[in-house]
Design a protein around this ligand. Structure first.
Ligand SMILES: *Cc1c(COP(=O)(O)O)cnc(C)c1O
Length: 363
């Protein structure tokens, strides 16, 4: 087998090795099906077992209440930027927390559909901080409040337990920290996440939607943009991304059986992030973290070096040592290490060793 490097890609991102091995083992024939998961009908009993387990695993891991639908959607998290307002905004106003690049995109799409109001914008601090939602001046009659729990590009994250207890209107883009920590789903109207950061391969978006929201959906939406289409058909109105759902089933099985659930995952994620933030803090200013310490993401660690030349050298030398995809997003620059659930602590320690070595040589 070709050697695997440590892959710090922001997405599509590294997957758990046992999941890839299982996928390979069963690729030619799903046990009992006599054909590959790539070849069977989405209406076959073999695929029915896959999508049922995928949903059941998500419900178990996140303790999703029975009053929520689990929807398997396409079009990426980006399509949700439009589907959310198309389905939920109506004649009302939607409130948006603009915490970084993804929130900005979500706001821009909603503004094409209806009335929006920005309740917090991190632009003044270059999106290095996140708000305390409890301290914001919110309108309880707004159609919904949209937040981005983790800003993948800037590397800022809302803290665990950020949801207001009365967050009945909360809509969250959780693409890059979905399943990374325990989450009080009952505090959300809707949570959505593209799978390719933490939950599986590209092509699949998961949404957890409280069922009473469907009453708000206006008639006349294109069928494929209407949440009711997915809720009423078990996400089988048309052909769903069967392979991505299969891999998500394996990832959620891995999280439950091998990791031990989301609290254990959260512990691992905190420990991994601490290794890199310690390297930044101990570097006497050689590495400068982008996020304010209280807003630091456990998923995407972002930092700068003293010059762009050093940043280029860092990324290049890291690549030579099998530490891949460390270049920061072009809008922020610098370095970004994405250390999602599936990145083992060994990968983070290898990066830490390289950081310390590079600094010793470069500063
Ligand atoms: C990656 C990402 C998106 C966009 O996802 P696509 O599936 O490419 O549309 C949206 N929001 C966040 C927070 C992301 O990390």
């Amino acid at each position: 087998m070709p050697e695997r490097s440590w892959n710090f890609s922001a997405g599509p991102a590294t997957l758990p090795l046992p999941v890839l091995e299982r996928t390979r083992k069963d690729l030619l024939a799903l046990p009992g099906a006599g054909a590959s998961v790539l070849e069977i009908s989405h209406r076959s009993s073999a695929f029915d077992a896959v999508i049922q387990e995928a949903e059941a695993n998500l419900r178990e891991l996140l303790a999703v209440p029975d009053t929520y639908h689990v929807l398997f959607l396409q079009g990426g998290a980006s399509l949700q930027f439009s589907m959310v307002p198309l389905n939920l905004l109506g004649d009302g106003t939607a409130e948006y927390v603009v915490s970084g690049s993804w929130a900005k995109k979500a706001l821009a799409e909603a503004s094409k559909v209806g009335a929006t109001r920005v309740v917090w914008d991190g632009a003044e601090t270059s999106y290095t901080t996140v708000p305390d939602l409890g301290a914001l001046d919110l309108d309880p009659s707004a159609a919904y409040l949209h937040v981005t729990s983790n800003e993948t590009i800037q590397g800022v994250q809302l803290p665990a337990g950020f949801e207001p207890a009365s967050g009945a209107r909360l809509v969250c883009d959780a693409s890059s920290d979905f399943l990374s920590r325990p989450t009080a789903v009952e505090r959300y109207s809707l949570m959505y996440a593209g799978a390719q950061k933490n939950a599986g391969p590209a092509g699949l978006t998961v949404a957890l939607l409280r069922e009473d929201l469907l009453e708000r959906v206006p008639d006349g939406l294109p069928t494929m943009l209407d949440y009711r289409t997915y809720a009423e058909t078990g996400s089988l109105y048309n052909t769903p991304p069967v392979f991505a759902i299969y891999v998500l089933m394996l990832v959620t099985r891995w999280l439950r059986d091998e990791v031990g659930g989301l609290a254990a995952m959260h512990d691992r994620n905190r420990a991994k992030a601490a290794v890199l933030y310690e390297a930044i803090d101990a570097s006497e200013g050689f590495y400068r973290g982008h996020a304010a310490p209280e807003a630091r993401s456990l998923m995407n660690v972002t930092w700068r070096l003293p010059s762009e030349d050093l940043e280029r050298a860092f990324v290049e030398e890291a690549g030579d040592r099998g530490l891949l995809e460390l270049k920061g997003h072009r809008s922020v620059g610098g370095i970004r290490a994405s250390i999602y659930n599936a990145m083992p602590v060994e990968g983070v320690l290898a990066l830490r060793a390289f950081m310390d070595d590079f600094r010793a040589r470069g500063s």
